[in-house]
Design a protein around this ligand. Structure first.
Ligand SMILES: [Zn+2]
Length: 265
């Protein structure tokens, strides 16, 4: 009986995959999304609203203006590239915390950086590397994919452990969905290493397309690593080692430079 339920779960997932497999822009990777971007955006907007109430929002006019300028410009590239989803409403916020050399993104287009990041960010092009990376997480649907992964993990566990009890299918699914929601909402970081590497690549293309020189990325990531020595920030913690990242930058740079030279911005 246990196996029957397990295979039923596998079949349901396979059926979903026929309708829910999507392609990540730029990299062309296939990804499975078992949650709609709209559902996720609504949940993330609520959580981001709470975070803004509970945290100190920076009133540093220089930082705030810089993030708005760079964020709006890269977001405009996403909109112009037809990669923009109607469920995305871009919002850029600087949180006050000088100890955090960090940034994060949430589904629905919520992007935040901490004031500590400005110890390493010197120019708009530097900030564009980070903001491009965060925007790439949103556009690539990494939140939905992560949610799906955890939902499947939870669903597999539920199917096995409840395989012989009296719960009917709809109850099981409800529990699975509720479990997935509570464990993944707010757990959108750290992303897997794959997501981090992909966000680096897509982000570099976006920032170059927005007219920011991608070559600053090489030095910028070195400074980030140096600044975070001994205390890697969350959004770097799953990043590849410096040598691996530099290798990837070398691979992506010709395309990024082409985008930069063609940029009208
Ligand atoms: Zn990231």
């Amino acid at each position: 009986m246990r196996y029957f339920y397990f295979f039923t779960a596998v079949l349901i997932v396979s059926a979903y995959c026929l309708t829910s497999c999507t392609t990540v822009p730029i990299t062309g990777r296939s990804a499975l999304h078992l949650v709609s971007s709209q559902q996720l955006a609504v949940m993330a907007a609520t959580q981001f609203g709470e975070l803004k109430k509970q945290s100190r929002i920076s009133n540093n006019p220089k930082y705030t203006a810089m993030l708005k300028r760079v964020g709006d410009r890269i977001a405009s590239v996403v909109v112009a590239s037809s990669l923009h989803s109607k469920n995305v409403n871009w919002e850029f916020v600087v949180f006050e915390d000088p100890d955090q050399i960090n940034a994060f993104a949430m589904p629905g287009g919520k992007v935040a950086v901490y004031t500590g990041l400005f110890d390493v960010v010197q120019t708009d092009a530097d900030l564009a590397i980070v903001v491009g990376h965060e925007i790439a997480h949103v556009v690539a649907g990494h939140g939905a994919e992560r949610f799906t992964q955890q939902l499947l993990a939870a669903g597999g566990a539920m199917a096995l452990s409840y395989g012989t009890n009296d719960l009917d299918n709809s109850d099981q699914q409800m529990i699975m969905v509720a479990y997935g929601a509570t464990t993944t909402l707010g757990a959108l970081l750290p992303y897997s290493r794959l997501h981090e590497t992909e966000a680096d690549e897509i982000g570099l293309i976006f920032s170059a397309r927005a007219g920011y020189d991608p070559r600053v990325a090489v030095d910028f990531w070195k400074r980030m690593d140096a600044a975070n020595e001994g205390r890697p920030p969350e959004f770097l913690s799953t990043h590849p080692a410096d040598a691996t990242r530099q290798h990837q930058l070398t691979r992506v740079m010709p395309l990024a430079l082409q985008e930069y030279y063609n940029s009208k911005l």
